[in-house]
Ligand binder design. Structure first.
Ligand code: ATP
Length: 228
């Protein structure tokens, strides 16, 4: 069943148009890689989905018209966002950050710290004092605490050291394998995305330029539209 559907979505920042026709769907249990070079509209697409900017076109989530939804209701509907830049509450502890996001469902503190044992070890530590990788784990943990039906990871591993990046990819793989949670993942590493994603959508200048099963994305198309 289709969980998220965008048809011909357009969006602007004031007078400057950023999306010119984005079309994508994510089925339940599916992991979609949203790809494209810098500035092609990936984050703007995420903002449109999460109602952080006004957008036109068809946007539905679980058959609900997202246009009717105020942004604060996005989490209630089941959209769990791990934003670019992480945005944890820096002065709150790990445990307070997680509790602040909690909504009823199978994901609770124990399950999150099971996925990321390091968060369990640092429960009483202020978020500001965590390493970049730990902050990203916290941002993912916080999104999971909302018990989302779709987890959106914008720049899943940006700016992280190689070993921590590996840990994040392992967690994403584990989430997919063990829970079948639907995911939309943005990341610079096409190689890692190819391992985890079922399908890909590539944006070029605010438009869907290519979409299809990940294994059908040929090297020439990838190099042309995404780069290496
Ligand atoms: P990146 O990988 O660099 O984050 P992206 O694909 O996520 O790239 P977006 O951040 O969605 O790209 O940007 C799409 C377009 O919208 C770009 O031309 C960008 O300059 C513009 N844009 C993004 N944010 C704003 C903003 N707050 N105000 C005005 N223009 C913006």
């Amino acid at each position: 069943m289709t969980l998220l559907s965008l048809q011909d979505v357009t969006a602007s920042y004031g007078a400057s148009q950023a999306l010119f026709g984005v079309t994508l769907t994510i089925a339940e249990g599916e992991c979609l890689a949203l790809m494209g070079r810098n500035g092609m509209g990936k984050t703007t697409t995420v903002k449109a989905i999460c109602r952080m900017i006004p957008a036109e076109g068809t946007l539905t989530f679980d058959s609900h018209d997202l246009h009717r939804l105020p942004s604060f209701a996005a989490a209630r509907l089941g959209l769990g966002l791990v934003p670019e830049g992480r945005r944890c509450f820096r002065d709150l502890t790990v445990s307070e950050n997680l509790h602040a996001a909690a909504r009823r469902g199978p994901w609770d503190m124990d399950r999150v710290t099971g996925l990321f044992p390091r968060l369990g070890e640092r429960k009483t530590q202020r978020a500001a004092t965590l390493s970049g990788g730990e902050q990203q784990m916290l941002a993912i943990g916080r999104a999971l605490m909302t018990n989302p039906r779709l987890l959106i990871l914008d720049e899943a591993t940006e700016g992280l050291a190689p070993l921590v990046r590996q840990e994040i990819w392992q967690a994403i793989t584990q989430l997919k394998r063990d829970t079948g949670m639907a995911m939309l993942v943005i990341d610079k590493s096409a190689r890692e995305l190819a391992q985890v994603a079922d399908r890909a959508v590539i944006l070029e200048r605010g438009r869907t330029a290519w979409s299809g099963p990940m294994q059908t994305l040929d090297a020439a198309t990838r190099d042309r539209l995404v780069g290496v």
